[in-house]
Design a protein around this ligand. Structure first.
Ligand code: SAJ
Length: 440
């Protein structure tokens, strides 16, 4: 029996030992899905707090139920450790580590490199490795292949197998989760793709094969670049409509009545999250090495990045129309999270809006039911969410709706506020037009 045949047999009968490197919002759900499919799973993460919680059978990821972790831990199907040496006994390893941007806007590959350097120490014949972290096309072949294979005198596609499979976890989503979201899989060689697909098919409903790791890497970037560019389009449309004196929300709702050939996106104060504002820049960065300027991405990113400044300019105009300068005015920002009804503040445009308001001398407070404290990573300021939101609404010269959390009573906010700038059309759910309210 060849190395490949032996490994495929172990993957199909679930005797293969599985390891997940990185136990965050991607890795932990994946570990649970593989464990519940019958594999023995070992999670590896340098964060001892995570490991200690998992050892007690507790989940720290809202999408992963503690009961699911507890059952797997008690059943001996899942354990977690900070010790990478467990990898010497593993057959199948999935790498689910962050790929953020550096402050310079370039890809930060440090998490992938450190996971890869650890794994390289324990590589052996008969392993399959799948990278899930969103990254630029070529990462799997240019970075992981030489480090994990050649340096260990292992021949890929014969002694070991390497593939890329983009993560598609949307935190908080309940209709599509790890197990029922189709999974794209592309190998360094066709055999690599076959082995990696055989592994994932044992746990995930639909595995969609592509011919190379690069095709899989690129498909993920298309998914999120598509969103970023279309959001940039409607953000620019909002600016054009304001100049034209046309209601952009009415225009978008009208266009969305078209039952085909149109997909609704809505303008906002900018792009937040750890995917949409970041993933496309991995592609444009890579294309620079081919002397190709990804103009769509650059332009959309420029428009989206400018939206916080545009929102502040609109607040300034609204106060001016009411005889007030922004400087010295009390401004309450509603919402710090990057999108409604979640507690994630990563890359949130709220932080930029608040920072710009502070720079212009406004007396700024914020409220977010999910986020009690915020701080600006580069500017260094810190703030606490106000305790009495409605009191702050009454006292503010301007209320800026930046994140349209469902829990807010927008009718009461309109009633108690002097002036509202609404960057999400949250007030539109209550009233189309109101003399106190201006919208993007
Ligand atoms: N946004 C807009 N207008 C829109 C949609 C989004 O301004 O029409 C803003 C949001 O407020 C947020 C940012 O863009 O600040 C990103 O929003 P998002 O809805 O794309 O949410 P994310 O960042 O959680 O994106 C994730 C992605 N999932 C993965 O990468 C696996 C994305 O591919 C999903 O399509 C998206 O969730 C989703 O559909 O919820």
């Amino acid at each position: 029996m060849t190395v490949k045949e032996n490994l495929i047999k172990k993957l199909k009968d679930k005797s293969a030992k599985v390891a997940i490197l990185g136990l965050g919002y991607v890795g932990l759900p994946l570990a649970v899905v593989f464990g519940e499919a019958g594999f023995h799973v070992t999670g590896v993460d340098p964060d001892k707090r995570k490991i200690d919680l998992l050892a007690k059978g507790k989940s720290y990821i809202p999408d992963v139920k503690t009961e699911a972790v507890e059952k797997l831990v008690k059943g001996g199907k899942f354990s977690a450790t900070t010790d990478f040496s467990v990898l010497k006994d593993m057959d199948a390893v999935s790498i689910c580590v962050p790929t953020p941007l550096r402050q310079t806007g370039d890809p930060d590959m440090s998490f992938i490199i450190s996971a890869m350097d650890e794994l390289a120490k324990y590589m052996h014949q008969g392993m399959v490795v799948v990278l899930e972290s969103t990254t630029y096309p070529g990462t799997t072949r240019e970075l992981l292949l030489p480090k994990l294979g050649a340096e260990n005198s292992l021949t890929v596609g014969e002694d070991w197998f390497l593939a890329f499979s983009p993560e598609r976890v949307d935190p908080g989503r309940e209709d599509f989760t790890t197990i029922n979201t189709p999974k794209v899989m592309g190998g360094i060689t066709d055999v690599c793709g076959e082995v990696a697909a055989a592994w994932y098919e044992g746990a995930i409903k639909i595995v969609h094969r592509v011919s190379t790791a690069e095709a899989a890497e690129m498909s993920k970037l298309l998914e999120n670049t598509f969103r970023m560019i279309n959001i940039g389009l409607v953000n620019e449309l909002a600016i054009m409509c304001e100049r034209l004196g046309v209601d952009v929300w009415e225009v978008i709702d009208a266009a969305a009545t078209k039952p085909f050939g149109f997909m609704k996106f809505t303008p906002g104060p900018g792009l937040g999250g750890h995917c949409i504002p970041i993933d496309p820049l991995y592609l444009s960065w890579k294309m620079k090495s081919f002397n190709y300027n990804a103009r769509f991405i650059e332009l959309a990113s420029e428009i989206n990045t400018n939206m916080p400044r545009y929102v502040v300019s609109r607040v300034m105009e609204g106060l001016n129309d009411r005889g007030k300068a922004l400087k010295g005015s009390k401004v309450l920002v509603l919402g710090a999270a990057y999108k409604p009804d979640i507690d994630d503040v990563r890359e949130s445009p709220s932080l930029d809006v608040i920072g710009l308001l502070r720079q212009k001398g406004a007396l700024v407070e914020y409220h977010d039911p999910y986020i009690p404290h915020i701080h600006h990573e580069y500017d260094g300021w810190k703030m606490d969410s106000v305790a009495d939101m409605m009191k702050a609404v009454r006292e503010a010269d301007a209320v800026v709706i930046v994140t349209d959390h469902k829990v807010y009573d927008y009718a009461a906010i309109i009633e108690n506020a002097k002036f509202i700038f609404d960057s999400r059309n949250a007030s539109g759910k209550v009233v189309r037009k109101h003399e106190k309210v201006e919208r993007l």
